[in-house]
Design a protein around this ligand. Sequence first.
Ligand SMILES: Cc1cc2nc3c(=O)[nH]c(=O)nc-3n(C[C@H](O)[C@H](O)[C@H](O)COP(=O)(O)OP(=O)(O)OC[C@H]3O[C@@H](n4cnc5c(N)ncnc54)[C@H](O)[C@@H]3O)c2cc1C
Length: 549
Amino acid sequence: MSKSIKQTVIVGGVAGGMSAATRLRRLDPHASIIVLEKSSYVSYANCGLPYYIGGVISAKQDLLLQTPESLHARFALDVRVRNEAIAIDRERKVVTVRDIESGSEYELNYDNLILSPGAQPIVPPLPGIDRALTLRTVEDVTRIVDAISANPENVVVIGGGFIGVETAENLRHRGINTTIVEALDQVLAPLDPEMSISVADELRKHGVNLLLGAKVVALHDNGVELADGRTIPADLVILAIGVRPDVSLAKMAGLEIGTRGGITTNLNNQSSDPSIYAIGDAAEKVDALDGEATLVPLANIANRHGRVVADHIMGRPIREVKTIGTAIVKVFDLTIATTGWNEKRLKAAGRHYQIIHSHPGSHAGYYPGAKSMALKLIMDPETNLILGAQGVGPDGVDKRIDVIATSMRAGLTAPELADLELAYAPPFGSAKDPINMLGYMAENVATGLTKTLQWHEIDERLADGAILLDVRSKGEFSRGHIPGALNISVDNLRERLSEIPKGELLIYCQVGQRGHTATLLLREYGFSATNLDGGYQTWVHSPAGNTKS
Ligand SMILES: Cc1cc2nc3c(=O)[nH]c(=O)nc-3n(C[C@H](O)[C@H](O)[C@H](O)COP(=O)(O)OP(=O)(O)OC[C@H]3O[C@@H](n4cnc5c(N)ncnc54)[C@H](O)[C@@H]3O)c2cc1C
């Protein structure tokens, strides 16, 4: 290697690693760039793996975005698959590599080293756990698809997180009896409970046997044993209970490992050794909300940090990328998306927050095909800044959560969502888009115009003597209501004021909008009235109102 040519060695040839490699090449046509990848494939679409199980992506080739040859042809990258980095000598700036085919070892010098080794599936030390398959690489999915071609009658997926539910959906696509066993009492932990129940319903509607609050204690040849003594039959078990950063190499090299178990990095993505960068699932990030270390095992930030690292190596100005952790998943006909913190996390951290639920249509109600979605916005009551959001629904959730994520990044307050001029025509949205509506609601709350309560506060308020008033129509009331509620439609309130008991009134309608009107009206007439946020729709999908799960 010539003295003037810098050599960058990259460990891991997928999301983060390959973004860094290609950006570096675009910026420096002369650099020596060597990518080490221990599996047989580089630049593969891990996010597409579950869909290969279901046959939605039918050709394995479609998962392979590049090959070492194509990367060499276009970017002159030296990509070495089946080559594993096994040690780092930081003094000498040397990586030891094992060629997995031949078993031989060799050394590589580096000026800069980029670690993007990803994460490892968490494998709990349970009896019989060896029979469980995990899903991380192309090799993993090939093993699962091979096992499926033996026509298993029953498959158990352990874990109801993103990968677990995607895998279960794809197994159902194949017509396989599928059970999800989840230790928590909800699926998709990033959601708050009242947002997750419709996801559980969707899984069950499509034939997934969903066992919540169920803990696996052992795996046997014929099935999976639960803590309550039941054995769930399983010819195949897929384990998807989460991932942990792969820090084995970093640890051996004496790099600092952070409180969250990932490689410690600064805002330039440098590890405790400035010539070693760490990106992707293996590295800790800086949380945009509290500035603390966090883990975000998602593709967007891995790719983004790959590019930032290449820029930093080349001495280009970079923007520090903190994370809010925006994620999305499809569960049959539902889209579920989240950004920022959820209520559980804010509560655990002892932070103050204000919640807003809404159930808007995906587009104008008068144009065919509008579908209702559930949105939850969380804001800081002191600054009005957006702390997080969640969305669940068949259509239009993705763009709403993306707009909120963008607004968070821009530092907009929740009331400022009202000011966004969003694209509108009847097939796409509403003149008052769901995002604008969240802004209006946030403004009402922030200025004290509206007083709201949450689904989980009803029982306590009733015990203190409050009265529930359902302001929907008689028909809506008769189809289901919160126990103990009186019913006077918002349209008849003015003439029936004398029937309304004095005392604290808890008002609700279907989604919160008529309740808001009724609350303001009653307060004008001297009543003490509070509107149930998100209305009956939120309550009936919450643990308080849901009796199915
Ligand atoms: C099934 C599945 C579905 C997913 N779906 C989504 C999704 O829909 N959206 C989303 O945002 N994210 C999704 N993710 C997560 C996303 O794929 C990761 O966040 C992202 O790939 C992380 O990038 P990375 O570069 O850190 O690691 P990876 O992309 O995992 O790449 C790491 C590579 O490093 C290699 N490696 C490790 N150690 C060594 C070593 N010592 N020497 C050589 N090579 C090594 C590994 O073999 C691996 O190929 C999904 C992940 C999986 C597994």
